[in-house]
Ligand binder design. Structure first.
Ligand code: TYD
Length: 205
């Protein structure tokens, strides 16, 4: 990825809740804009009108009866809409796309967290994204305990899960990142500015 043109490239931030992904999305987009790229940012679940509506269903604490499979299918629904309506057209126009979360979140949360078969999630991800993978993923890595200590209030439906769930999700992320050269792990215990600098220098910005 280093020294490579970022026009038409897709960069994703991943990690547990409370790792500061959305802040890093904003900071990277600002940096890219400063150096002359045309950039859009987006997030999952959400990023389209339908996706934002589904996000409310997924995160509502009222939906205690949502099955793991139903939850997965809702995330996949958001991803399919976002891929077709937002990501693909922007990349085709030569924009850089910076997103908070994408297909790896479903493997980590629904696969390693909820125990759904990884093969099924991979197939659904392929269908929802037309086979598109990010050009680069930054995994902001934090121990589950450190991430959860940043929680304020009771949190949304998923944030109410216990530490064991978050430990499984984190281990999942680390396993998925291990053999994938397109996933770059960053120590999430660093300050916001240090993380932003690590991202910028990895991209040679
Ligand atoms: P996110 O928007 O990152 O959280 P927030 O804006 O509240 O910080 O994601 C919402 C939640 O959805 C988060 O707990 C992670 C979860 N999630 C999954 O479980 N699977 C997925 O595929 C995605 C995209 C998110």
């Amino acid at each position: 990825m280093r020294r490579i043109e970022l026009r038409g490239k897709f960069i994703v931030f991943e990690g547990l809740d409370f790792t500061g992904k959305s802040t890093q999305v904003t900071l990277l987009a600002e940096r890219l804009t400063q150096v002359g790229y045309s950039v859009i940012t987006t997030r999952e679940p959400g990023g389209t009108p339908l996706g934002e509506a589904v996000r409310k269903v997924i995160l509502s604490t009222k939906n205690v009866d949502l099955l793991p499979l139903s939850e997965l299918l809702l995330f996949i629904t958001c991803r399919a809409q976002l891929s077709v309506e937002v990501i693909a057209p922007a990349l085709e126009e030569g924009k850089a796309v910076v997103s908070s979360r994408y297909r790896l979140s479903s493997l980590a949360y629904q696969g390693y967290g909820r125990g759904i078969d990884l093969g099924l999630i991979r197939r659904l991800n392929e269908a929802a994204t037309g086979g598109r993978h990010p050009d680069l993923t930054f995994l902001i890595d934090l121990p589950a305990k450190v991430a959860l200590a940043r929680k304020r209030g009771k949190g949304d439906r998923i944030e109410r899960e216990d530490i064991v769930f978050y430990q499984h999700v984190r281990q999942g992320y680390l396993k998925l990142a291990q053999d994938d050269p397109l996933i770059h792990r960053i120590d999430g215990t660093q300050s916001v500015q240090q993380i932003a600098q690590a991202v910028a220098s990895y991209l040679d910005l």
